[in-house]
Design a protein around this ligand. Structure first.
Ligand SMILES: *Cc1c(COP(=O)(O)O)cnc(C)c1O
Length: 379
């Protein structure tokens, strides 16, 4: 039996090998390894795809978040409201800039930030709100935008996991529904290989419709430089390289098909698992599309770790995203977060398990995954 992978990039790339090789050869022959025409073309193509007026490529998704915060001048004394039920980067960059992360809890069904708690956490020091579109489904942008408009505090969407998701809103309007990352003042994303649009190394980007912010982002990502060797502000060296851009140009053309593959795989998991007692399949928010960066179940917390081991013993990989929420991370101990203030994040950290999810996953593999899973859950 062929092994089942959490993510199958080798299979994904094999299907487009000729396109990828031609793209990489183009870069080798032109010698534009950092910046250059491929990076420019990719930025323009991603602008067209997402509908964002500006796309600023950078080194990775963590830098994208940091650069976005820097563009707002965020530093010591400032507060940024976000969630701790996320990958570490979202909170880490706030700490790196000397600002204070203010963590609020998430919804038990969608895993996404609770807008009411965001509103309640706003103070005179709040400088940004950073929702994360976790696992491929968007946070409550209607409520967050309304909070942002009332308070004047900008939103930076951490869109590392949900590129190409769409916000339908309460009316469920599918036509011209805006894409994730384009509703806030800025949206950041990551092209880490395992993300829904992944390159073959590190990469990231920031999106915005605001021209002044776009110029600032560009400048910060490039050593704070306005004119060659004239540095107006302290910036960083964060750039996408030519090979990654060329690879991303190829893969962007397949992104819609990749999303469909993930959605079909999710629907097959749903059908196999929805009637099994003791399993909570992913809850869909009808106001957002779901691009299934992860397919994440909730199970009995007492048996979750044993389930991981059981799956492993059947040769099936699973993931726990995320076992330790931000308010419990040792790195953030100095903030003295109230450990009792995030009961849902704490509960989810003990309950979640993500199944293999990728563009190459087929039904027979999913039957194997679910058979092993159901056997354990029902025993
Ligand atoms: C992957 C990820 C990032 C960071 O992206 P990198 O490219 O790995 O730096 C940030 N936020 C979330 C939610 C992520 O999943």
């Amino acid at each position: 039996m062929e092994p089942i992978h959490m993510v199958d990039l080798i299979g994904q790339h094999a299907a487009i090998e000729n396109e990828l090789n031609a793209a990489m050869q183009r870069v080798v022959q032109t010698g534009a390894f950092v910046k250059g025409p491929e990076v420019k073309a990719f930025s323009e193509e991603l602008q067209a795809y997402t509908g964002s007026r500006f796309v600023i490529p950078c080194g990775n998704g963590t830098d994208a978040l940091q650069i976005a915060l820097m563009a707002l001048g965020i530093g010591p004394g400032d507060e940024v409201i976000t969630t701790g039920f996320t990958f570490i980067s979202t909170v880490e960059v706030v700490a790196l800039l000397g600002a204070t992360p203010i963590l609020v809890d998430v919804h038990a069904d969608t895993f996404n930030i609770q807008a009411e708690q965001v509103a309640a956490a706003i103070t005179s020091r709040t400088k940004a709100i950073v929702p994360v579109h976790l696992f491929g489904q968007m946070a409550d942008m209607d409520a967050l935008i309304s909070i942002s408009e009332k308070s004047g505090i900008p939103i930076i969407e951490d869109n590392a996991q949900a590129i190409s998701a769409r916000w339908y809103g309460a009316e469920g309007k599918r036509e011209n529904a805006p894409q994730s990352g384009t509703l806030g003042l800025m949206g950041t994303t990551s092209f880490f290989p395992s993300k829904n649009l992944g390159c073959m190394g590190d990469g990231g980007a920031i999106m915005t419709n605001d021209e002044t912010i776009a110029r600032k982002l560009q400048q910060i990502a490039n050593h704070g430089m306005s004119k060659r060797y004239h540095h107006d502000i302290v910036g960083l060296n964060s750039r996408l390289d030519g090979l990654q851009a060329a690879i991303l140009r190829v893969k962007l053309q397949h992104l819609d098909a990749y999303c469909l593959s993930r959605q079909h795989a999710a629907a097959r998991y749903d059908a196999l698992l929805e009637d099994i007692p003791g399993l909570q399949i992913p809850v869909r928010d009808v106001r957002s599309s779901h691009v299934f960066h992860q397919y994440t179940l909730q199970v009995d917390p007492v048996r979750r770790d044993a389930l991981v081991e059981h799956m492993k013993s059947h040769g099936i990989p699973t993931g726990v995203y995320y076992p330790v929420p931000g308010h419990r991370q040792t790195a953030f101990a100095s903030y003295g977060f109230n450990l009792d203030a995030h009961p849902i994040s704490d509960a989810l950290a003990a309950r979640v398990i993500s199944l293999p999810m990728h563009t190459e996953l087929n039904e027979s593999q999913q039957v194997i995954v679910c058979t092993a899973l159901i056997k354990f859950v029902l025993q």
